[in-house]
Design a binder for this molecule. Sequence first.
Ligand code: NYM
Length: 214
Amino acid sequence: MASLVARGAFILFEGVDRCGKTTQSTKLVEALKSSGVNAELWRYPDRTTSMGQMINSYLQSKTEMDDGAIHLLFAANRWEKRAAMEAKLAEGVTLVVDRYSYSGVAFTAAKGIPGLDLEWCKSPEVGLLRPDAVLYLNMPVEAAAARGGFGEERYETSDLQKAVRANFDKLREDWWTIVDATGTVDEVHAACRAVADDAVAKCVAGAPYARLWD
Ligand code: NYM
């Protein structure tokens, strides 16, 4: 049985490319810290590890890789950080995370490779720590693309992003918070801050850990 312990909160940002995740996650960490919450910003893929460097090289189209193999590598990049993540939370550090397993599933399944459907994509993620709160920055792909266009990396095309968005719609769970990401930076931040404060308070009061996809 999961024990009730005071711990940090795991707060996750998800959404299509260019929806504002990096701006909002950075701003949220600054805001939490300035109100005395011990918080850190993490992101996936974590490109600093040797697996992360392989992922980085794939995303930059410097290497090719089988679609199933790169999917498992993205998942393995979360597994290799799992113990460190859990240790941080147990120390009372709140982790604001920019992308996680939901991106992993939404992106690979968007490729439409026979056999690599949502269920297949979820399986290597099962058992990873489940976030305490998901802030899904909801933005139509056209609005995201209008923010300066997609970049040079693999996956940064409107068609793929539309399929990713449709997959996020299928993955959404009722405990997620859907934030209208078309608002101003401050409006979006205020919505995210309220959810984060609530998650932090619940975890300080003692909250069990949950696992994907329970
Ligand atoms: N991505 C990200 C995946 O395909 N699978 C994953 O598990 C994760 C975490 O990598 N286009 C994709 C989504 C992005 C790209 O992310 C890199 P970012 O946030 O642009 O660094």
